[in-house]
Design a protein around this ligand. Structure first.
Ligand code: SER
Length: 321
């Protein structure tokens, strides 16, 4: 993309936003990437570049931010994840859907060149084939988050076909990174486990030991996010959302690998409501369309991801006291 892009990230303080902002600022320069979230930025990040407090349900403020910065590319990451949305269904639906419409409409009005909106493995449901879940198959999500993401995918395609909005999307698996914590998701255990491993060398998991889910290291997720957003339009053939796969494991498998790299680590289990959500999702994903269409290929397997997580969190001082 041109060096003169102005990029706006909505939800930049979240798990994906934190990593995406750092990466985009290193590529495009800090002043060309405008970050925004509903809350003020983390103090430690305050000199990193322009920042706006912005609620994606507040159309006036959206208009003001779009008019001020005139973004050419927009990454809309603000959403309520699966477990929290089950607690606050109406709020989750409103934030995920109305927020999406508000940002898509602003992108159209301000002639934004490229828009990115993430979907999720939560679009699948109990009747979906669970192993190597195909790109196109039965989709019957039974969580508010999954229903909102499936509806959102349909609107991505609709806005592209009917209004010409060049929006791109991928179905994120559970994302594992060290820069920021996830909030309110079913796959959050796969991040928390590393913090607890370094703090106390043990972890109590809220999913059963054999609950396999698709997962991905954050560097791969950021690579996919930027690659699909910057791909030539003709390469992006699926205009709803692409399946994306990195690795698949269950809590027992992850704990075994952590124990291999950090001796003495142990896990036990205390199952909660998130188990039911996890059981409605795929165990592994067929992402051949993303590989064929725009050259997707992950770099991290489970072993490499565990090594990176332990090393980076240790460097940050987690568990040092
Ligand atoms: N990580 C998300 C969640 O657990 C799924 O996309 O809600």
């Amino acid at each position: 993309m041109a060096e003169t892009e102005t990029i706006l990230i909505l939800g930049s303080e979240g798990q994906v936003g934190t990593d995406l902002a750092a990466r985009l600022r290193s590529v495009y320069g800090k002043n060309n990437v405008v970050c925004s979230d509903i809350k003020p930025s983390d103090e430690a990040k305050q000199d990193l570049g322009p920042y706006e407090v912005l609620n994606v349900l507040d159309k006036e403020s959206i208009k003001a931010v779009f008019s001020k910065y005139k973004p050419t590319m927009v990454y809309h990451l603000a959403a309520m994840l699966s477990a929290t949305a089950e607690k606050y269904p109406r709020k989750g639906w409103d934030l995920n859907m109305e927020g999406m419409f508000a940002i898509f409409d602003a992108c159209l009005e301000h002639k934004v060149k490229r828009t990115f909106w993430p979907s999720s493995i939560a679009v699948f449901g109990p009747s979906t084939p669970r192993i190597h879940t195909p790109q196109h198959c039965v989709m019957d999500p039974n969580t508010i988050y999954g229903i909102s993401k499936l509806a959102g995918e349909r609107f991505c395609e609709y806005y592209h076909e009917k209004y010409g909005l060049d929006v791109r999307s991928i179905r994120y698996p559970g994302l594992i990174g060290w820069k920021a914590l996830p909030g309110g998701g079913t796959t959050d255990y796969a991040v928390d486990i590393f913090h607890q491993a370094l703090i106390s060398n043990r972890y109590t998991c809220f999913l059963k030991e054999d609950t396999a889910l698709p997962m991905m290291y954050m560097d791969d997720a950021i690579k996919a996010t930027i690659d699909i957003t910057e791909a030539a339009p003709e390469l992006v053939k699926i205009r709803s959302s692409y399946n994306l796969s990195g690795m698949s494991f269950d809590p027992k498998g992850l704990a075994t690998e952590i124990a291999r790299q950090q001796s003495g680590f142990t896990i036990d289990y205390d199952i909660d409501a998130r188990q039911k959500i996890a059981e409605s999702w795929p165990q592994s994903i067929d992402d051949s369309a993303a590989r064929e269409d725009w050259g997707w290929k992950p770099d991290f397997n489970m072993e490499a991801m565990v090594r990176e997580m332990l090393t980076q969190l240790r460097n940050m001082g987690v568990g040092a006291n």
